[in-house]
Design a protein around this ligand. Structure first.
Ligand SMILES: *[C@@H]1O[C@H](CO)[C@@H](O)[C@H](O)[C@H]1NC(C)=O
Ligand SMILES: *[C@@H]1O[C@H](CO)[C@@H](O)[C@H](O)[C@H]1NC(C)=O
Ligand SMILES: *[C@@H]1O[C@H](CO)[C@@H](O)[C@H](O)[C@H]1NC(C)=O
Ligand SMILES: *[C@@H]1O[C@H](CO)[C@@H](O)[C@H](O)[C@H]1NC(C)=O
Ligand SMILES: CC(=O)N[C@H]1CO[C@H](CO)[C@@H](O)[C@@H]1O
Length: 237
């Protein structure tokens, strides 16, 4: 009986986790592009989607942040200096909705902790910059020209309040101060690296690796369950 309960709860957990929205289940981009890679970011309900050509350094991104109101700004940045002071040096794409309903999206280099995020040019050429707000989500689209052969970047992402059509300082709670990390543009292993369903053909090696990942997760579940059961058995008898 206990075993049955465990199996049921295991199946339930699996169903729950597979129905939760991850980056790979979202494909409705307003620019109609398909992105070959994506990663759910660990803070601020955010995901990054990208296509990358390392020989040209051309990086097409879509940055999506959910649970955003019309009085929030969001930003996604590359920091070529490092992640120690992730904010200083951030080459940022900033977006928010203006009070007249239009989206403002622009680039800003962050040079101080008290920045008001003025518009200026980035270290990288940026094209196709666009942002949309819908369904409590902001998506920023852009193409960045990175130095060719770049393989990893330091990414920083953020959100904060908007007042009088100006971005204000972001909160200093852990979700906002931890929202940074390196992003491997070439090989980003993990369950979230799946081609979007509308891409032309699934990449065989990518799906093999997600198959391996699933096997491993299942094995771990079962081992945990068996060990747990043994432990209960030993304790009871
Ligand atoms: C990647 O960039 C190189 C150099 O600009 C170009 O020759 C090649 O066609 C690009 N590859 C793709 C898939 O766009
Ligand atoms: C909203 O304001 C901005 C800046 O003041 C302006 O560029 C834009 O055209 C306005 N949009 C509308 C719909 O009026
Ligand atoms: C990028 O890598 C290719 C292949 O390894 C090499 O031929 C090229 O010179 C590199 N380009 C730069 C700018 O380092
Ligand atoms: C599939 O992805 C792997 C790495 O994830 C890459 O090396 C390979 O070139 C890709 N193949 C195709 C056909 O895109
Ligand atoms: C659904 C979800 O992931 N919600 C998270 C959004 O971000 C806040 C702050 O990081 C979390 O507290 C929520 O759990």
């Amino acid at each position: 009986m206990l075993r049955l309960v465990l199996v049921c709860s295991l199946l339930f957990t699996l169903c729950l986790s597979s129905s939760a929205q991850t980056c790979s289940t979202f494909t409705s981009f307003s620019n109609n592009l398909a992105y070959s890679s994506c990663k759910d970011l660990p803070y601020l309900n955010s995901s990054i989607y990208w296509n990358y050509n390392s020989s040209s350094g051309s990086l097409q991104i879509a940055y999506k942040q959910a649970r955003i109101t019309t009085s929030n700004w969001v930003a996604w940045a590359i920091n070529p200096i490092g992640l120690q002071s992730a904010m200083i040096g951030a080459q940022s794409l900033v977006a928010f909705q203006l009070s007249n309903g239009s989206m403002r999206v622009y680039t800003s280099q962050i040079t101080s902790y008290t920045t008001t995020m003025p518009e200026d040019k980035l270290r990288y050429d940026v094209s196709d910059l666009k942002a949309i707000y819908a369904n409590a989500e902001i998506i920023i689209y852009a193409t960045l020209a990175l130095p060719s052969n770049t393989t990893t970047i330091n990414q920083v992402w953020q959100e904060g309040p908007v007042s009088n059509d100006n971005p204000g300082a972001h909160p200093l709670v852990p979700a906002n101060t931890n929202s940074k990390g390196t992003l491997d543009l070439i090989s980003s292993p993990g369950p979230s690296r799946q081609p979007p369903t509308n891409s032309v053909a699934p990449n065989a090696s990518a799906s093999r690796s997600s198959g391996r990942m699933l096997t491993w997760v299942l094995l771990r579940f079962w081992l945990t369950m068996l060990c747990g059961w043994k432990l209960v058995h030993v304790m009871l008898f």
